[in-house]
Design a protein around this ligand. Structure first.
Ligand SMILES: [Zn+2]
Length: 126
């Protein structure tokens, strides 16, 4: 596979790709609200440091999510009355699924990602 750009370059690419807002609360990034790298599948669960596994979140949302799964945290953000970008999360999960299919490996992240995709699909079907 082609080497991934470094972390700062990946974060810029993620903001260019997804827009200049936090995926979880919808607030716009700026000098007082800096973007941080959020791993869709946490690294603890084997999530790779690939663009396809990364979205941008503000520091508050990133740290408050902790080790919650992305779909659990999406639901919690909605309960809190925030404006999480569920469509963006869905696109990220699908892009990661496709990248894993092409590149192979990621045996730890695979079942975790499958579970998240199923939950998100059930939600949108309901
Ligand atoms: Zn946020």
């Amino acid at each position: 596979m082609t080497p991934q750009p470094d972390r700062a370059a990946r974060l810029r690419a993620v903001v260019d790709r997804d827009g200049n807002t936090c995926v979880w609360c919808g607030r716009a990034f700026g000098p007082l609200l800096l973007p941080t790298t959020e791993h869709v599948v946490p690294r603890l669960k084997g999530g790779p440091s690939w663009l396809e596994n990364e979205v941008a979140a503000c520091r508050r949302c990133n740290s408050e999510r902790g080790h919650r799964s992305p779909v659990d945290w999406l639901e919690e953000c909605r309960r809190r009355g925030w404006q999480p970008d569920g469509a963006r999360l869905g696109r990220a999960l699908v892009a990661l699924d496709e990248a894993m299919a092409v590149r192979g490996g990621q045996r730890r992240a695979r079942p975790y990602l499958d579970g998240q995709l199923r939950r998100l699909q059930r939600r949108s079907a309901a």
